[in-house]
Design a protein around this ligand. Structure first.
Ligand SMILES: [Zn+2]
Ligand SMILES: [Zn+2]
Length: 263
């Protein structure tokens, strides 16, 4: 599977450095050019032609930095494609999208509005711990984690590889148990949002710091498993990176926008 990092942060920010500006974007990963895993950044990271290839959007939870790329995508694609874009998540997330976003107040209801034939969006409810096959031969299985609202991580696999994506996550158990027993597991993508000095904030908002992450990662008992980190709050990114470098984790990558990972 090829994973493109469209957004690797827990917010958006333009950062000026000595060699120019870089942009931090909210979380969004494009898998095999057609499956989005979280959608904090979507249309602003893809050309129109690339956007036309998006067939599925898998959402970990309803927080704004994970969903806000969907409205611009449907704005761009409406009336321009024949396929429906399937938005898949646990039922509370699907219900929240209908109630709070696509409610004809905040945004038109693109789950019902018809352009060329069927509505552009189609909801697909997922059941925790139950596998669902998406187009392109990719199978996803949600595993609930511990965040301030109902949130799922996912085991995502095809014939050759499996990886785990955990959206916003705090101290949790089940996804680590699943990770320990998933065959062919090639890596874990997980958030680290705040530096250790902001542990109180991380606990209140149910996120991870580098130290909390290291404690959690030990639960799998696979110290050589590659770990890919994202969802840093942009203003504290550098501090988090320094703290991660001091951790005793063998194969860790702090993700950046534009990176591509082959699993
Ligand atoms: Zn988030
Ligand atoms: Zn969140």
């Amino acid at each position: 599977m090829k994973i493109r990092v469209l957004g690797a942060h827990g917010s958006d920010l333009l950062v000026k450095g000595p060699t120019g500006s870089t942009i931090c974007r909210s979380v969004g990963f494009l898998v095999n050019e057609e499956l989005m895993v979280d959608a904090g950044t979507l249309a602003s990271g893809l050309t129109f032609e690339e956007q036309k290839c998006v067939k599925h959007i898998l959402l970990s939870h309803l927080h704004h930095d994970h969903i806000k790329g969907i409205p611009p995508l449907v704005d761009n694609l409406f009336g321009c494609v024949d396929h429906q874009v399937v938005v898949a998540s646990v039922p509370s997330v699907i219900g929240g999208l209908h109630k709070h976003i696509f409610n004809d107040i905040v945004f038109p209801d693109f789950f019902h509005l018809r352009g060329r034939g069927s509505p552009i969006l189609r909801a697909q409810g997922l059941e925790a711990k139950k596998e669902m096959i998406l187009s392109g031969g990719i199978t996803v299985m949600p595993v609930l984690v511990n965040h301030t609202v109902e949130t799922a991580g996912f085991v995502i696999r095809d014939d050759s590889a499996a990886w785990i994506y955990s959206g916003d996550t705090h101290i949790t158990e089940e996804i680590w148990q699943v990770a320990a027993t998933t065959p062919n597991l090639k890596g874990i993508f997980i958030e680290v949002s705040f530096p250790d000095s902001m542990t109180d904030t991380a606990i209140q908002s149910k996120h991870l710091t580098p130290t909390l992450l290291a404690q959690e990662f030990r639960k799998i008992r696979k110290p050589d498993l590659p770990l890919y980190l994202y969802h840093m709050k942009p203003t504290v990114r550098e501090t988090i990176i320094q703290e991660i470098a001091k951790l005793d984790i063998e194969r860790v990558t702090v993700l950046e926008e534009g990176q591509e990972i082959e699993l």
